[in-house]
Design a protein around this ligand. Structure first.
Ligand code: NAI
Ligand code: MG
Length: 491
C-alpha cells in the first residue's frame, strides 16, 4: 500500500487544487493507512471539464463498441491479477473480514466481464408505426456521469458504477467515500494501465458536503448515480433540480426476513445469520427484521442462538474471522445508540449488545453480533436502518398480518422468506414490496440480476441490463418514406 494517494483527473495523478490531504485509518486498529488528496469544488470543475471533453470529442464514445468491451475484459483480468493486494487493502481501509473482501474483489472483476460483454449488444428496435415511415431506436450513452459511492463495499461499489457507464460509452467522475478511498484509486490505476483514454474516468476522493455536493449540482454532469443514506440521496435529488440532471439512487433498507413454520430451520438459521452479521451488518441488503412463525419460534431461536455463539469476531486479516470491525466511528456510535434505544423501547436483548471484551480488539470498532427478541413492529428498532450487526426478532401467526408488518417500513429494497410450500412462497413474494425477494436464501446478488428499491429505498436499478440502460438515452429516429411529405397545409 502506498502512503500517499492523489486524484485522477484527465489521465493524470494530481494533487488537489487546494493542496489539501486527508488521512484514512484502519478501523480495526486505529492505525493510519494513507494520506489522500482531498478534492473539493475546484477539482470537481476540472474533472467535469475533462470528462466533458472526453465525451464530446474523445475516442471512447466513438470507438467500436466491441473494442470498448475488450478493454473492460482486460480490466477484469487485471483486477483478478491484483486480487490479493486489493483484498488486503480493502480490509485495511474498511475493516471487513478478508474472506469477504476476497469474494468482493472477484465480484468487482465480474462487473467488468459482464458489462464488457454487453458493450456491443446494446440494440435498439424498429417500431411498426402507422404510415410509410421507417422508425427505429438507438441507445446512446447518457453523457458525463457523477458517481458517488459509500464506504461499506468500496471496490464493488466503484465497479458497479463504473463498468456499466463505461460499456455504454459514458465518461465519469467518481467520488469514493472519505472513509475508504484507497481501492477505487487502485482501480483507477488499473483502468489507465488497461489503456482507457484520458478523461474517461476521473476519481476524486473527498468529502460529501464539498466534493459530493459540487458533483451533484454541477451543470456539466448529465447523470448522477448515488448510493448512501436516504437524507443524502434527497440532497442529491434536490441538487439535480436546476439542471434536471438524471438521478438514480440506492438508499438502503430495513429488510424483512420471514421464517414460516414449515421452513428448513437449519437453512433458515444460516441464511439469517449471513444476512445480518456478515460485513457486520453494514449492507444495504442486510436482513435486520426477522419474522418467525410462533409455531416454531422456540426451536428456531434455540438453533439461532447456538449458531450465533459460533461466530468469530476478530482481526479482519485473519482468514478464520467471520466478522471484522465496523468501518467508522460514526457507525460504531450509531449501533451503540440503537442498542440503547432498543433497551428503552422494551425489546429484550438476548445476544451481544456490546463490543467484544478481547483486549486485542480494543483499538477498533468491533461490535458483537447482537439480537433483540420481542421486538414490536412499531419500535424504532424495527423501522429505522441501523446498518450494523443488530437483529430484531418479531413473530407472526397469519400471513395477512405478516405482509402488513413486513411491508410496514419506508424502505423496500430486499426481502427474504423461508418455506417449503412454494405456492405460499410465491404468493408472499408477489405481495412483498421490495426490489428483490429471496426464497430460501438471503443476500444473494449477482451482477446479471437487476437490483434496486421500491419506496424510499431508491430510484432506478443497478446491475443487469436494467442497470446498463440507466446509462443510456433512447433516441427515436423517424424516416419518411413518402414522396408527398406532410399534407397539412396543402388544402
Ligand atoms: P452518506 O450518504 O452520507 O455517504 C455516502 C456518500 O455520499 C459518501 O461518498 C459521501 O461523501 C457522500 N455525500 C455525503 N453528503 C453528500 C452531499 N451533501 N452531496 C453529495 N454527496 C454526499 O452515508 P454515511 O453518512 O456515510 O452513512 C450514514 C448511514 O447511511 C449509514 O448508517 C447507513 O444507514 C446509510 N448508508 C447506506 C448505504 C447503502 O448502501 N444504501 C451505504 C452507506 C450508508
Ligand atoms: Mg452522511
Amino acid at each position: 500500500m502506498a502512503d500517499h494517494y492523489r486524484l485522477l483527473i484527465d489521465g493524470q495523478w494530481t494533487d488537489a487544487a487546494s493542496g489539501k490531504v486527508f488521512a484514512t485509518h484502519n478501523p480495526a486498529t486505529g492505525e493510519h493507512v494513507a494520506n489522500v488528496a482531498e478534492a473539493d469544488a475546484a477539482d470537481v470543475d476540472t474533472a467535469v471539464v475533462a470528462a466533458r471533453r472526453a465525451f464530446d470529442t474523445g475516442p471512447w464514445p466513438r470507438m467500436d463498441a466491441a473494442a470498448r468491451g475488450r478493454l473492460l475484459l482486460q480490466v477484469a483480468e487485471k483486477i483478478r491479477a491484483r486480487g490479493d493486494e486489493l483484498a488486503r487493502m480493502e480490509t485495511l481501509d474498511n475493516g471487513k473480514a478478508i474472506r469477504e473482501t476476497r469474494a468482493q474483489v472477484n465480484a468487482s472483476a465480474d462487473y467488468f466481464d459482464y458489462y464488457g460483454g454487453w458493450a456491443d449488444k446494446l440494440e435498439g428496435h424498429v417500431i411498426p408505426v402507422r404510415g410509410r415511415f421507417h422508425t427505429y431506436t438507438v441507445l446512446e450513452p447518457i453523457g458525463v456521469c457523477g458517481q458517488i459511492i459509500p464506504w461499506n463495499s468500496p471496490l464493488p461499489q466503484a465497479a458497479q458504477k463504473l463498468a456499466p457507464a463505461l460499456a455504454a460509452g459514458c465518461t465519469m467522475v467518481l467520488k469514493p467515500a472519505e472513509h475508504t478511498p484507497v481501492t477505487a484509486l487502485v482501480l483507477g490505476d488499473i483502468l489507465m494501465e488497461a489503456g482507457l483514454p484520458e478523461g474517461v474516468v476521473n476519481i476524486l476522493p473527498g468529502f460529501g458536503h464539498t466534493a459530493g455536493a459540487a458533483l451533484s449540482r454541477h451543470p456539466g454532469v448529465d447523470k448522477v448515480a448515488f448510493t448512501g443514506e436516504v437524507a443524502t440521496g434527497q440532497e442529491v435529488l434536490r441538487a439535480s433540480i436546476d439542471n434536471l440532471t438524471k438521478v438514480t439512487l440506492e438508499l438502503g433498507g430495513k429488510a424483512p426476513n420471514i421464517v414460516c413454520e414449515d421452513a428448513d430451520l437449519d437453512a433458515a438459521v444460516r441464511g439469517t445469520l449471513f444476512g445480518i452479521f456478515a460485513g457486520a451488518g453494514q449492507y444495504c441488503d442486510a436482513g435486520p427484521r426477522l419474522f418467525v412463525h410462533r409455531a416454531i419460534r422456540d426451536a428456531f431461536m434455540e438453533k439461532l442462538m447456538a449458531m450465533t455463539r459460533r461466530i468469530r469476531v476478530g482481526d479482519p486479516l485473519d482468514p478464520e474471522t467471520h466478522v471484522g470491525s465496523l468501518t467508522t466511528r460514526e457507525q460504531f456510535d450509531k449501533v451503540a445508540r440503537y442498542v440503547e434505544i432498543g433497551r428503552n423501547e422494551g425489546a429484550q436483548l438476548i445476544a451481544g449488545g456490546a463490543p467484544p471484551d478481547d483486549p486485542g480488539l480494543a483499538g477498533g470498532y468491533f461490535y458483537l453480533p447482537t439480537i433483540f427478541d420481542r421486538v414490536a413492529p412499531d419500535m424504532r428498532l424495527a423501522r429505522e436502518e441501523i446498518f450494523g450487526p443488530v437483529l430484531s426478532v418479531l413473530d407472526f401467526e397469519d400471513d395477512e398480518q405478516l405482509v402488513a408488518d413486513a411491508n410496514g417500513t419506508d424502505f423496500g429494497l430486499v426481502a427474504g422468506l423461508w418455506t417449503e410450500d412454494m405456492r405460499r412462497a410465491m404468493r408472499l413474494a408477489q405481495r412483498l414490496k421490495a426490489g428483490t425477494v429471496w426464497i430460501n436464501t438471503f443476500r444473494q446478488t449477482q451482477i446479471s440480476a437487476s437490483f434496486g428499491g421500491y419506496k424510499m429505498s431508491g430510484i432506478g436499478r443497478e446491475k443487469g441490463l436494467s442497470g446498463l440502460e440507466e446509462y443510456c438515452e433512447e433516441k427515436t429516429v423517424w424516416v419518411d418514406l413518402n414522396d408527398a411529405g406532410i399534407g397539412y397545409f396543402d388544402s
